[in-house]
Design a binder for this molecule. Structure first.
Ligand code: SF4
Length: 343
C-alpha cells in the first residue's frame, strides 16, 4: 500500500488488515503500536470518526484524516418483509448499489452479505446473474454491510450468500474473512460464518486450507448436463471435481459442509433425482438445504410444491443425509434466495 500526498479521494481504514495498518502507520511516521490501537477502534469499538481515536495524539489523528476516513457508510434504503426480514440497500464505489439482508429468527439473527455488484456466473435461476458483472466489493464494502447494519449487535450468523460469487472476489473475501475472525478484528468464531459458492475450485481449495469457515456448495442437480443447463460454471468446474476435492477434507467435527439444492417443479424434484443425489453425495458427511425456486422475470423455470419437497427431503434423510427444507424469507420484498439485484 502506497500513500502519497497527492491522494484526492480519501481511503477507508475499515477493511485494512493489521499488517496493512502496520505498513500505514510506519509510512506516516507513527509508532508501530498505533496499528493495534487503530484496529481496536475500527473493529472492536466500531467508531464512526477518526476524532474518536482518543488514545492517538491530535497530531496523528490529523495526519490520518488528511488521506483517510473510517469508511463506514449508512444504508440508503430499507424494506421490511411481512415475515420480519429486512433488506438494506448500500451504495458502493462508482455510485452502484448492493443489497444486504437481515434475517431474524427465534434463536438466530443472520446477515446475508454481498460480495460483488452483479455476477459473472450467470446462473439461470438468479436475478443477480441477470445483471452484468460490474464490480468486486472491497473488503471495506463487505465489512461495512456488517458493521453498519442497524442490527449489528444482535448478529449470530454471517452468510456470504448475497449478490455475487464470493470466491470470484478472492481479494475482498479473504481480507474480510481475516478481519472477521482475527483476534485484532471482530474475533468471530469461523463456525458462525458460511461461505456459499458455485465451487470455483482453486479458491475453494484456498478457503478450505486457510479458513475454518463453513462451506455451502450450490449444486442443484446430480447430473452434469442438467447442472450445466442451470449453471454455466459446471463446464469449467464440474460438480464431480468439487466432490472429489471436498472428500479430502474433514467435515466430521466442527466444520460443516452443506449442499444447496434449488428445487424446480417436475425437473429436479423427483425420486430419481433424490436417489442419484444421495449417491452423488455418498462419502461426504454433509447436509443438504432444499430451497424452493422463486420465479424471476424473463426466466421460464417451474416452481416446485411442498408435496414434492417433503418426500425428497425424507428420501435423503432416510439415506443418512441430514436435509432441511429452507424456509423462504423475504420473498415479498425480493430478498429471498436468488432474488437480489441491487435495484
Ligand atoms: S446464484 Fe450466486 S453465483 Fe449464481 S449468478 Fe446468482 S449470485 Fe452469481
Amino acid at each position: 500500500m502506497k500513500i502519497t500526498g497527492a491522494v484526492s479521494i480519501k481511503k477507508p481504514l475499515t477493511g485494512l488488515t493489521l499488517n496493512e495498518l502496520s505498513i500505514l502507520v510506519n509510512q506516516l511516521g507513527m509508532p508501530s503500536f498505533t496499528a493495534g490501537q487503530i484496529s481496536d477502534w475500527l473493529y472492536k469499538k466500531k467508531i464512526l470518526s477518526i476524532d474518536e481515536m482518543t488514545n492517538l495524539s491530535l497530531h496523528y489523528r490529523e495526519k490520518l484524516k488528511e488521506n483517510f476516513t473510517i469508511g463506514r457508510i449508512n444504508y440508503s434504503h430499507i424494506q421490511k418483509s411481512v415475515d420480519g426480514t429486512f433488506k438494506y440497500l448500500f451504495t458502493v464505489a462508482g455510485n452502484k448499489s448492493i443489497e444486504t439482508v437481515f434475517i431474524p429468527e427465534k434463536k438466530r439473527a443472520t446477515v446475508c452479505i454481498s460480495t460483488q455488484v452483479g455476477c459473472k456466473m450467470n446462473c439461470l435461476f438468479c436475478m443477480t446473474g441477470k445483471q452484468k458483472f460490474s464490480a468486486h466489493l472491497s473488503a471495506s464494502e463487505i465489512l461495512n454491510q456488517i458493521l453498519s447494519l442497524p442490527e449489528n449487535e444482535q448478529l449470530t450468523n454471517y452468510v456470504f450468500m448475497g449478490m455475487g460469487e464470493p470466491l470470484d472476489n478472492e481479494s475482498g473475501l479473504f481480507k474480510a474473512l481475516e478481519i472477521l475472525t482475527a483476534g485484532y478484528g471482530l474475533a468471530l468464531s469461523p463456525k458462525r460464518i458460511t461461505v456459499s459458492t458455485v465451487g470455483i475450485l482453486p479458491e475453494l481449495k484456498r478457503l478450505l486450507d486457510e479458513t475454518r469457515c463453513h462451506v455451502a456448495i450450490s449444486l442443484n442437480s446430480p447430473y452434469h448436463e442438467e447442472r450445466l443447463s442451470l449453471m454455466p460454471v459446471e463446464k469449467v468446474y464440474p460438480a464431480k471435481e468439487i466432490a472429489d476435492l471436498v472428500k479430502r477434507y474433514d467435515f466430521s467435527h466442527q466444520r460443516r459442509i452443506s449442499f444447496e439444492y434449488i428445487l424446480f417443479g417436475g425437473m429436479n424434484d423427483d425420486r430419481r433425482h433424490a436417489r442419484d443425489l444421495a449417491l452423488f453425495l455418498s462419502g461426504i458427511p454433509c447436509r443438504v438445504n432444499l430451497i424452493k425456486y422463486h420465479s424471476i422475470p424473463g426466466v421460464n423455470l417451474p416452481e416446485t410444491i411442498l408435496e414434492n419437497m417433503i418426500p425428497f427431503r425424507d428420501y435423503l434423510s432416510s439415506h443418512g443425509i441430514i436435509s432441511t427444507i429452507r424456509t423462504s424469507r423475504g420473498e415479498d420484498i425480493s430478498a429471498a434466495c436468488g432474488m437480489l439485484s441491487g435495484f
